[in-house]
Design a protein around this ligand. Structure first.
Ligand code: ZN
Length: 394
């Protein structure tokens, strides 16, 4: 398909050098002896205090620069806290990173560290044959990593220099961050994908993925929440909190599964490129009632796109985002735009009489928006290279 190649060239997508760095976090449980557990606990406790100490100083003086904070705090911190020098440096980096993020988001209060964690680096942690050796305030400890197999399976990934130690429900975990550079394959087929409620995704080449179960479960959780909120008792509030966690986990699992199905389908085509519409708020939100808004959660769709992009990029499939304008109102055959052409699940063009499933019509429009060259205008600021229309989310 020559036209597609020309199209990519026209918009300066450098398809021959489409490299993406993808990252992945994996949580491994550590097998810690009771004696070492105490050492880690104490170290985490000290480190957490140090973070809050540094955060107060950085916030008062509005410091985001690592060198500046270092000069101001290194010696007092060494004296005040029973921690190795490298942890003082690592905590300083964490606080500076957090300060930058907080200033960027215009937050009005200093960074606070509640849940204990510790950022390691190449000097404070080493790995060897299923074991890792961790620095603590009481010297190094050696611990077994479970499961080690996972690390073996990811030999083509690079372990980044900053594993993080966390403690959840009395267990210690190491969050390992992996990265890998993938080369995206030069696409020859464009697959427009429309997202919706009845069908979580529909491709422009007529493949439907039902989203019915998600709606069903969402309604179930919604009714449960309503009933518990009406009760308002302390025990109802506790249950409410538990349920909201359960709902989140369900949704995420579901989206993982559905994004996997879509990527699996697309991967069987020859050199595909997935095209999504760019979610800005959510289209048509204003005209829909509250019940609809609940179903059309932007979070859900955004997460879905994020997961698909991530999974697709991993196997070298590029993902592009295009302008969503008129995708649901336009006739995918003749291009006639009219609001009233959609009734329920059916799209019927008032100009040419073309009739099609509304979601499928949407998916074909998304594909068309790309080939008709709307892609480069979308969501890109003036100085950004056009190739960044390929978005990777990790
Ligand atoms: Zn038409």
């Amino acid at each position: 398909m020559l036209f597609l190649l020309d199209l990519f060239k026209k918009y300066s997508y450098n398809i021959y050098e489409m490299e993406k760095e993808i990252v992945k976090t994996f949580k491994v449980k550590l097998n810690i002896s009771p004696e070492n557990r105490e050492k880690l606990d104490k170290t985490l406790f000290e480190y957490n205090n140090l973070l809050n100490y540094l955060s107060s100083i950085a916030w008062d003086k509005k410091i985001t620069n690592k060198v500046k904070l270092h000069h101001l705090t290194y010696y007092p911190a060494r004296e005040k806290f029973n921690l190795p020098a490298q942890f003082v440096c690592s905590a300083r980096d964490v606080v500076c990173d957090r300060m930058r993020a907080i200033i960027k988001r215009k937050r009005k209060s200093k960074p606070q560290f509640k849940k204990p964690f510790l950022r390691y680096d190449v000097r404070t942690i080493t790995f060897k044959e299923g074991y890792c050796s961790l620095s603590t305030s009481f010297g190094r400890i050696k611990t077994k990593i479970i499961p080690y197999d996972y690390l073996n399976q990811h030999k083509d990934w690079t372990l980044t220099n900053t594993p993080t130690l966390i403690k959840r429900n009395k267990d210690f975990y190491l969050c390992l961050h992996f990265k890998k550079t993938v080369v995206l394959k030069e696409p020859s087929i464009l697959i427009g994908v429309d997202l919706g409620i009845k069908n979580i995704s529909v491709t422009s080449d007529n493949k439907f993925f039902s989203g019915g179960y998600l709606t069903y479960k969402s309604n179930h959780f919604f009714r449960l929440r309503k009933a518990l909120q009406a009760k308002g008792t302390p025990s109802a509030k506790r249950v409410l909190k538990r349920i909201s966690g359960r709902e989140k986990r369900f949704k995420l699992d579901y989206l993982h599964q559905k994004s996997k199905e879509l990527v699996q389908y697309v991967s069987e085509l020859q050199n595909p490129c997935i095209v999504f519409e760019k979610l800005q708020g959510i289209r048509e939100q204003k005209s829909k009632g509250r019940k609809m808004n609940r179903k059309l959660s932007t979070w859900t769709f955004r997460k879905f796109q994020e997961l698909v992009t991530y999974k697709a990029n991993q196997i070298g499939v590029p993902v592009a985002f295009v302008d969503a304008r008129y995708t649901s109102q336009k006739c995918s055959r003749c291009g006639n735009i009219l609001k009233s052409q959609r009734t329920g699940n059916t799209f019927k063009c008032k100009a040419c009489g073309f009739e099609l499933n509304a979601d499928l019509n949407g998916a074909r429009n998304i594909r068309k928006n790309f080939t008709e060259g709307q892609a480069p205008q979308v969501g890109l600021s003036v100085n950004q290279p056009l190739s960044s229309a390929f978005v990777t989310t990790s």
